[in-house]
Design a protein around this ligand. Sequence first.
Ligand code: AMP
Length: 224
Amino acid sequence: MVVVLLGPPGVGKGTQGAVLAETFGWDRIITGDLLRAARREGSRLGRQAQAYMDRGDLVPDELIVAMVRERLEGLDAGIGVLFDGFPRNVAQGEALEAVLPEVDRQVDGVLLFTAPDDVLVKRGSGRRNCPDCGRLYNVYFDPPRTEGECDDCGEALVHRSDDEPETVRHRLDVYREQTEPLVRYYRESGAVVLEIDGDQSIDDVTQAARRALEDAFDLEGDAA
Ligand code: AMP
């Protein structure tokens, strides 16, 4: 199984992707996380990506596609893959379509999460994450027990520089212009596109996404 998560920044792809991957026993390829790791390591890719990421613009396709190809080649062939944050435009969608057959795969389904812009800006700008264990919080919707501290490991939470309200709005514009055309691209290519209302509680979104996947692909997730 190869499933692409689509939806604007802040709609909950990261949160939902983590639960769904766990439920179905899939791997995840999260291009934003791979790029942030490259930045932390100070690698060539990290240095090349930095300015684009700080502005909320897309990193050039050739860098991203090479990074994704490398990750895909390292994955166990029998395990499903969930793409989070990739593809981000039609050119990347076409590149993925060219790369997947090399590893005997194809895009089977697309989960499209939707929510109104005002909800997305509030979610995006309220987002905090733990640099140690990666747990995500939101100061408005899902705050930690102690302000600014991770419930699990006590680390000081950080606010991504591209989660400032103005950058969040810019990232939304980039999504509408460059990423949203992928919805049509996938509909026309015959992939199953499952639309999920992302403006509900985290649990309700998870249930809706899980049920949609199980029904469309005859899957059975882990009950836990
Ligand atoms: P994300 O965590 O998915 O919101 O990604 C954070 C930032 O990383 C984006 O605003 C882009 O600058 C960059 N990025 C992540 N994935 C991609 C991609 N597939 N193509 C281009 N840039 C990306």
